[in-house]
Design a protein around this ligand. Structure first.
Ligand SMILES: Cc1cc2nc3c(=O)[nH]c(=O)nc-3n(C[C@H](O)[C@H](O)[C@H](O)COP(=O)(O)OP(=O)(O)OC[C@H]3O[C@@H](n4cnc5c(N)ncnc54)[C@H](O)[C@@H]3O)c2cc1C
Length: 507
C-alpha cells in the first residue's frame, strides 16, 4: 500500500480552496438597513409596521415592480424576536407558546377598563408570530354594507390565499374532524366544514424546504427578498407623519436611544395596527372625523366540552371545524381540539398522551356593529418614552351587539346539546365564558374605509381622505366587522392597496 507522502506525490495540482470571507455584512437572519442610511434615501413607498398587512403591501410591490429601480422601505417599531411563527419553533409547544406570547406582549388593556383584553406585539412579524392561522373569507352577507363588493375583493382573496397557503387540508380526513362534521351537519349545523387555515402542507423534499408550516408575515418578507432588494429597519418607531397641503412628505422615526431621523417618501403606507395607526395619524395632526372612531371587535363566547374518548376510534387526528355565518345568523363558530389547543398544534417529538376523555373548544364570534361612540383618543396628559400621547379606548357593546350575543349563546348551547345527545357526554357542566373585549385579538375599524369622509377615514383603496399619498393598510380599514377572523381579509385589502399605489405611481 502507498504511504501518504507517496500518494501526495501523485496528486494532481488543483486550485487551493481557502476559507472565503462573507460577500455581504449580513449579521442577522434578515438584511437590515440603519436609520441613518434610510434617512439618506427618498423612497417611492415607505411602509410603517411589519405585522400582517405591512409585509403584504411590501411583497406585492416587490412582486409587481421587480427590478424597476423603485425604492421601497419598511420601518418596524419592534426588534427581531423570532424568525418564523412561534409554533414552527422546536422548543415551543402550545403552552410554552401561549406563555411566551403573553410575556412578550404589551398589555395595553391594563390601563383600559373598557377594553381590558387589549394587547400588542411589537416585533418584526407583529401578531402573526402567534396567530392561530384561522383564515376564512368574509361571507358575502358580511360585506353587504361595505363600500366595495365581495366580487371586487374575490381576486385579492385568491392571491392572499395562495401566498399564505390557505386551505382546508390541515384537518381534512382527520377522524375526529370527519366524525364531528357528520354529527354537526346532522344536528342543525349543515354549513359546518373544515376550517381554512394558513398552513403550508407540502413535504420538505426535492430541494424545497417547507419548515415554516404555520404562516407568519416573515414569509412575506422572505418572498419579497427573493424578488428584489428593499430597506428594512427594526427598532424604528414612526412618531410623526410630515405633510404639506394634503401631501405627505416624510416620516419622523426614532430609535430606542431617542435619536430622531427624517425619512423622505413619495408615498407612505401606515400598517401599524388598529391601535397604533390612528394614534400616529392623530398625533401627526391629520384631520378626519372618523380617524380613531368606529372601533370594532368580535364578541366572543367560548365553551369547553368534555368528550368521552371511547366513542372514537384509535386514530383520532385533530379538530378544526368552521360553521360560517349565514344571512340570518350573524356569528361564526369554530370547534377545535382535542384537549383545547394542546393537540391542535403539537411538536412531533412531544409525547401525546392517550386520555380517557378530552376537551374540545367551541368558539363563537359575533358581528359587532361600527359605532362612532366606540373610539380611540389621545391622552395628552400621559406621554410614552418617545413623547407620544398614550391612547384611551372607549368601547361598549350596542343593543344590537347584545342581541347578537344572545343568539350566539343560544347557538353555543344548541351545539353543546347536539354533541351531548349524540356522543353521550352526560352530567357535566360545560365550561362557558364570555371573553372581555381584546381577548379576541380582532380589533378593527379605527381607520375604516368608505366613500364619505364624515363616516370613514380612508377611501376604498385605503387612501386617507384629504391626503394625496398617505395610505392605511391593516385591520383598521375594515369598515364592518363581519363574523370572520380578519387577517385574510386585511391581507387581501393590503394587496389591493398595493396594486392601487402601483397604478398611481406608474401613471
Ligand atoms: C394569539 C393570537 C391568535 C390570533 N389568531 C388569529 C386567527 O386565527 N385568525 C385571524 O384572522 N387573526 C388572528 N389573530 C389576529 C391577527 O394576528 C391580527 O388580525 C393581525 O396580525 C393584524 O395585523 P395588523 O397588520 O393590523 O397588525 P399587527 O399584526 O399588530 O402589526 C402591526 C405592526 O406595526 C408595528 N408598529 C406599531 N406601531 C408602530 C410605529 N409607530 N412605527 C413602526 N412600527 C409600528 C408593530 O410593532 C407591529 O409589528 C390572532 C392574534 C393573536 C395574538
Amino acid at each position: 500500500m502507498d504511504s501518504y507522502p507517496a500518494q501526495s506525490k501523485k496528486m494532481i495540482h488543483l486550485p487551493i480552496a481557502a476559507p472565503q470571507p462573507p460577500e455581504t455584512d449580513l449579521k442577522q437572519w434578515i438584511p437590515l438597513t440603519s436609520l441613518e442610511k434610510m434617512s439618506e434615501t427618498e423612497y417611492d413607498v415607505l411602509i410603517v409596521g411589519a405585522g400582517a398587512a405591512g409585509p403584504a403591501v411590501l411583497w406585492r410591490l416587490c412582486q409587481q415592480w421587480g427590478q424597476s429601480g423603485k425604492r421601497i422601505g419598511i420601518v418596524e417599531r419592534g426588534d427581531l424576536l423570532i424568525p418564523t411563527h412561534s409554533m414552527n419553533i422546536a422548543t415551543l409547544n402550545a403552552s410554552r407558546k401561549r406563555d411566551f406570547h403573553k410575556n412578550i406582549s404589551y398589555p395595553l388593556g391594563k390601563s383600559q377598563p373598557e377594553y381590558p383584553g387589549a394587547s400588542q406585539v411589537f416585533a418584526l412579524g407583529g401578531k402573526t408570530l402567534f396567530w392561530s392561522t384561522a383564515s376564512p373569507r368574509m361571507d358575502p352577507s358580511d360585506m353587504q354594507e361595505w363600500p366595495i363588493s365581495y366580487e371586487e375583493l374575490a381576486p385579492y382573496y385568491n392571491i392572499a390565499e395562495r401566498i399564505m397557503n390557505v386551505s382546508k387540508g390541515y384537518t381534512q380526513d382527520s377522524t375526529l374532524t370527519t366524525i364531528m362534521l357528520d354529527i354537526l351537519r346532522g344536528s342543525g349545523f349543515p354549513e359546518a366544514t373544515e376550517l381554512p387555515t394558513a398552513v403550508d402542507l407540502s413535504a420538505t423534499k426535492f430541494g424545497q424546504v417547507h419548515s415554516n408550516a404555520l404562516f407568519s408575515s416573515i414569509a412575506f418578507l422572505g418572498s419579497a427578498l427573493n424578488l428584489r432588494p428593499f430597506d428594512l429597519a427594526v427598532n424604528a418607531r414612526a412618531v410623526q407623519i410630515l405633510f404639506e397641503n394634503g401631501n405627505a412628505t416624510g416620516l419622523r422615526v426614532m430609535s430606542p436611544d431617542m435619536k430622531s431621523y427624517l425619512i423622505r417618501a413619495k408615498t407612505i403606507v401606515v400598517s401599524a395596527s388598529t391601535w397604533e395607526t390612528p394614534r400616529l395619524l392623530l398625533h401627526s395632526g391629520i384631520q378626519g372625523k372618523a380617524i380613531g372612531h368606529y372601533l370594532m371587535n368580535h364578541s366572543k363566547i367560548v365553551a369547553t366540552v368534555k368528550i368521552d374518548r371511547s366513542y372514537f376510534p384509535e386514530v383520532l387526528g385533530t379538530l378544526f371545524i368552521w360553521k360560517p355565518r349565514t344571512a340570518v345568523q350573524p356569528y361564526q363558530m369554530i370547534i377545535y381540539g382535542p384537549d383545547l389547543e394542546r393537540y391542535l398544534w403539537y411538536p412531533v417529538f412531544e409525547n401525546k398522551e392517550i386520555l380517557p376523555e378530552f376537551d374540545i373548544g367551541i368558539e363563537t364570534l359575533g358581528v359587532v356593529e361600527p359605532q362612532f361612540e366606540n373610539y380611540i383618543s389621545l391622552n395628552h396628559s400621559k406621554l410614552d418614552a418617545y413623547g407620544v400621547p398614550e391612547i384611551q379606548i372607549h368601547f361598549s357593546y350596542s343593543e344590537n351587539d347584545k342581541t347578537v350575543i344572545g343568539q350566539m349563546l343560544h347557538a353555543t348551547n344548541h351545539m353543546i346539546a347536539s354533541l351531548q345527545a349524540t356522543i353521550g357526554v352526560k352530567n357535566r357542566q360545560p365550561d362557558l365564558s364570555f371573553y372581555v373585549p381584546g381577548e379576541d385579538y380582532h380589533e378593527m375599524g379605527s381607520c375604516r374605509m368608505g366613500n364619505d369622509p364624515s363616516t370613514s377615514a380612508t377611501n376604498t383603496y385605503g387612501r386617507v381622505h384629504g391626503m394625496s399619498n398617505l395610505y392605511v393598510a391593516d385591520n383598521s380599514v375594515i369598515p364592518y366587522s363581519g363574523a370572520a377572523n380578519p387577517t385574510l381579509t386585511t391581507v387581501a385589502l393590503a394587496i389591493r392597496t398595493a396594486d392601487h399605489i402601483i397604478h398611481q405611481l406608474t401613471k
